[in-house]
Ligand binder design. Structure first.
Ligand code: IMP
Ligand code: MG
Length: 215
């Protein structure tokens, strides 16, 4: 079982005024739930755990766009740091895929693959899928089924967040940073209809903002 940092349902988070928040989002956010520094600290440890388990072989890190891009970049920086400061190191190559399953603040039943490279390049490789958040688990289950058609040697999944929700299929990634309450979260590349990716901390969005940015 993966170890993770659990954020309880009654965790109040932190007052916005204690952190640097872009002016254009001040009215749209409730509290800071996970400050950027804590994200980085957990990510550093995830990198160590991943290298411990996958470190024997060439890794293809597959970023699930767009929400995964910040976590992907920071995780790979930590993996790189381990690679250049250890007697043991592994080659690391990158690939990108774009999936979409969300409309407003709800997961839809259909997971669309929109773009991405030639998946046949993953055949015979050790693949590390890097995702921002697992909610129902449908996105990841769909992607895993798709990848398996291309016969990779090994597939591991790392997600920064896992949401505690009754809508979950029961799917759990191999590694994850935090287990979070069933709230809509934004920041650190997680979006609400494309907004809030330009925010460093993971925050809880207000009801007013859900209306304001609704599509
Ligand atoms: P799932 O298929 O229900 O597991 O949903 C996973 C995808 O939905 C994630 O990759 C995110 O893109 C998106 N998502 C789920 N919850 C949130 C959230 O709280 N904030 C932003 N995006 C979310
Ligand atoms: Mg995602």
């Amino acid at each position: 079982m993966a170890s993770f940092l659990q954020i309880s349902d009654d965790e109040k988070g932190h007052e916005l005024g204690l952190f640097c928040i872009p002016k254009h989002y001040e009215e749209d956010l409730d509290r800071v739930l996970i400050p950027h520094g804590l994200i980085m600290d957990r990510t550093e440890r995830l990198a160590r755990d991943i290298i411990r388990d996958m470190g024997g072989h060439h890794i293809v890190a597959l970023c699930v766009l767009k929400g995964g891009y910040k976590f992907f970049a920071d995780l790979l920086d930590f993996i790189k740091a381990l690679n250049q400061n250890n007697d043991k190191s592994v080659p690391l190559t990158v690939d990108f895929i774009r999936l979409k399953s969300y409309s407003n603040d709800r997961s839809t039943n259909k997971v669309k693959v929109i773009g991405g490279d030639e998946l046949s390049a993953l055949t015979g490789k050790n693949v590390l899928i890097v995702e921002d958040i697992v909610e129902t688990g449908k996105t990841m289950e769909t992607l895993l089924a798709l990848l398996n058609e291309y016969n990779p040697k090994m597939v591991k999944v790392v997600s920064l967040l896992v949401k505690r929700t009754p809508r979950s299929s029961g799917y759990r990634p191999d590694y994850f940073g935090f287990e979070v309450p069933d709230k809509f979260l934004v920041g650190y590349a997680l979006d609400y209809n494309e907004y809030f990716r330009d925010l460093s901390h993971i925050c809880v969005i207000t009801e007013h903002a859900k209306e304001k940015y609704k599509v």
